[in-house]
Design a protein around this ligand. Sequence first.
Ligand code: GLN
Length: 276
Amino acid sequence: MTLEQALIAGKEVLERAGIAEFALDAWYLLEYVVEIDRSYYYLHYQEELAEDLRQEYEVLLKKRAERVPLQYITGEQEFMGLPFKVNSNVLIPRQDTELLVETARGLVQPGMRVLDLCTGSGCVIISLKHFVPEIEAWGSDISKQALLVAKENAKANDLSVEWVRSDLFLNLTGSFDMILSNPPYIPTGELQGLMPEVRDFEPREALDGHMDGLEFYRKILEKAGAFLNPRGYLIFEIGYNQGEAVSAMMKAAGFGQVRVIRDLSGLNRVVCGRKE
Ligand code: GLN
């Protein structure tokens, strides 16, 4: 079987399984298994695919056909132009979340102490530290397994971040000039309606925002003021329909300059406020 025949067969398998991006995913898996890029492929598509690689490709196609997210198969996802390792203990970094980092990047100053709560893969604080190396960066998560991934990502990107295992603020001490968080924010009742890739494979504890989806904002806002220095920033990623609720909660908790920021699709995506 040639590379070209393998790719055609791969596309067919994924299309039959109802994978929306079947052509792209079949390509990414082939690229991953054979360790080639597009330009190599276009010059050598008639080359034979070694039998062991063909078998491996088949196994990975089967996983993808069963809806395992592509990134959990290849173990990687790019975010803010940086490479991140992922596994099923962490949420796969979303492009939407780049707005959280961009917002922080626009407000942060060198020397600031910045904390990322619910850090997961660490993509938010690691990429902020990459773009603004002069900050002191902390990342925390309740999941030990997630922190292992975050640590590996900081190391791979050659950046130093302090990692703390903590249920929100529970094990944290000190004070910060900026707190960031992309907490779980999907109402429990809506989890069932998510794509199978998300619903069945991504960590439930990274998605489930309890009854109304707002539980983590509520809990973080109870303590954020006490952990922020005067004039400190609090910046949240939110669900597209949570802008009003979360900004009202922030104002009620005494934050000023509260604003909601839209993403590239025009949806509310980030809420930002400042300790008065
Ligand atoms: N944006 C993610 C999704 O739609 C949810 C992320 C989160 O709960 N923090 O799958």
